[in-house]
Design a protein around this ligand. Structure first.
Ligand code: AMP
Length: 528
């Protein structure tokens, strides 16, 4: 029997009321077990706020104003329409995503309005939250994966790995419902990006070396864009660390990989590296210059010709049918070396003592790179985790924050949203916490652009200030971190200024509240 959207809203209410993770897990698992097989996927997508399908890596975002208009639109029907089921709601979004052409905004609003018309206020509220990807009922992906494990009789560890590898929670729910997920013999789906392994920050090369304990490689930390390259029989797709498809911006990389794989008879592979912008002598150029390539669609070839790039590869995850992620880095690197042209490999040494590591690090800085990454040679590739197997050291201390709100400016800036609320991430509660505010660091052009973008991301309007979907990641420099009652986080950045935009970073990959608190304690120690 079809499950009503009403039942979904009831579940959301219960989830919102309980703070116990265990209880949430139980509620979701029980709900799953009552569903029909074809409802698993729509349910999980609704619950995790992923109902809007992705098209070419771009999410079909339905903005605040579209939703507002749909709510305000009066739809009259002769007979009251029946309550929609979960499947019907899902179907409406599939239809909305295929709407295109001249009249598309109006048609989208109408389709949404007729759906809203069949929902109660409470149901509408949960649906809107789901559309914004902000459910705020604590059903974070981790808990949903746990519930999926319980409902399907799998272990959480196995399912988590499947999720990180396959990247698609809807696909996982669907294959589980039909008993089609081969959990013990997982293979990545080529062209479906995998959650990348990340590095933990350290304050100095000495500290990084100390933390790593044991045999390590020291590699240059290139200041560019992380690329995960998927290859299958001559076809290449390149993904950023936010898992978006950036293939069309990097034609040179396609040519280099094709050349490498042809000589080494590769049929399928997934490899990783970093792409940076370089000058005529192949010296590294700042990240912002590279970013110009990614903003350009018109006249791309002309812009690209002026911004030469260089690819540096450092890992291989999959080769000709074999998943390599559980192998030690030492072995994966050897396979990588045998698979690609040597000139494409990241510069690195295997260091036996701190002096070698330090010398390498200083040389990297001298050459204009951002820093170094120390990698444990015996570590597996851990999907989606910022662990202690990779430790990064950078010269300048900045943090990455996301903009969650903005205020309208005054005087010359009155037409711009020019004062921004900066937040860091708390993994523990899956929320962003404000740690400061800034109006410094942007050019007029950037004010113009960001105002438009922030209005698109608006989720609440208070007149002089708006709150937005956390999407725009900015790197900020600051002079100090202070204790402050002003924000719920309890700390505030002093003299924060935006140093650059980080569109390549996912909002959940930014600095965490724990990292910031550690930095605070450290600065305190330094004063004493
Ligand atoms: P961060 O962006 O500060 O969190 O640092 C991690 C990022 O450094 C990775 O996501 C890569 O994009 C980048 N990176 C640069 N060089 C390397 C390298 N040799 N190994 C791994 N990551 C690297």
């Amino acid at each position: 029997m079809a499950t009503l959207f009403r039942d979904f809203a009831d579940l959301c209410k219960k989830l919102e009321k309980t703070s116990s993770i265990l209880h949430k897990r139980e509620l979701i698992a029980r709900f799953l077990m009552k569903l029909e097989k074809d409802e698993w996927k729509p349910f999980v997508l609704l619950l995790t706020g992923k109902i809007l399908p992705e098209a070419e890596g771009k999410s079909l975002y339905i903005g605040y104003s579209t939703i507002k208009k749909a709510i305000e639109m009066k739809v009259s029907t002769l007979v009251p329409l029946p309550q929609p089921s979960i499947l019907e709601v899902y179907q409406v979004f599939i239809e909305i995503s295929s709407i295109s052409g001249a009249d598309s905004t109006r048609r989208r609003i109408e389709a949404l309005a007729s759906l809203f018309n069949r929902l109660s206020e409470e149901e509408k509220n949960y649906l809107i939250r789901s559309l914004f990807g902000e459910m705020r009922i604590g059903a974070v992906e981790g808990i949903v994966i746990q519930a999926l494990a319980d409902a399907s009789g799998n272990s959480y560890d196995d399912l988590r790995k499947a999720y990180l590898l396959l990247g698609d929670i809807g696909y996982i729910a669907e294959t589980l419902a039909y008993n089609k997920l081969d959990i013990k013999n997982l293979k990545p789906i080529i062209f479906n990006p995998i959650r990348t392994m990340l590095a933990t920050p350290a304050d100095s090369i000495e500290e990084a070396y100390e933390l790593a304990k044991g045999p390590v490689a020291v590699e240059v930390k290139y200041d560019g864009v992380r690329v995960q390259i998927h290859y299958k029989n001559g076809v290449i797709r390149i993904f950023s660390r936010r898992l978006t498809d950036i293939t069309r911006f990097l034609p040179e990389v396609i040519a280099e990989i094709n050349a490498s794989f042809k000589v080494n008879s590769v049929s399928e592979a997934i490899i990783e590296g970093e792409v940076i912008a370089v000058d005529a002598e192949e010296k590294p150029l700042p990240f912002q210059i590279l970013m110009r390539r990614f903003r350009r669609i018109k006249d791309f070839d002309k812009v690209a010709a002026n911004i030469p790039i260089k690819l540096y590869l450092f890992d291989i995850l999959y080769l000709n049918g074999e998943l390599l992620i559980d192998m030690p880095y030492r072995d994966r690197y050897e396979i990588l070396r045998d698979t690609v042209n040597k000139e494409l490999l990241a510069e690195r040494i295997v260091a036996d003592d701190i002096h070698q590591a330090k010398e390498f690090y200083e040389e990297a800085i001298e050459k204009g790179h951002e820093g170094a990454i120390i990698k444990k040679l015996d570590s597996p590739y851990i999907l989606g985790v910022r662990g202690s197997h990779w430790i990064k050291v950078k010269e300048i201390a900045t943090i990455d924050t996301v903009i969650v709100g903005a205020e309208w400016g005054h005087g010359r800036r009155r037409n711009w949203l020019s004062d921004y609320y900066l937040a860091v991430y708390s993994a523990a509660i899956d929320e962003f916490m404000i740690v400061g505010k800034t109006y410094k660091g942007l050019t007029d052009e950037e004010f113009e652009w960001i105002t438009k973008k922030l209005l698109e991301l608006k989720i609440a309007d208070e007149g002089y200030r708006i709150w937005v979907k956390p999407e725009i990641v900015v790197e900020v420099a600051f002079n100090d971190i202070q204790k402050s009652p002003k924000y719920e986080s309890g700390i505030a950045l002093r003299f924060a200024r935006i140093t650059r935009f980080r569109p390549d970073k996912d909002p959940k990959d930014i600095t965490t509240i724990e990292e910031l608190k550690r930095l605070y304690l450290k600065s305190f120690r330094d004063i004493i």
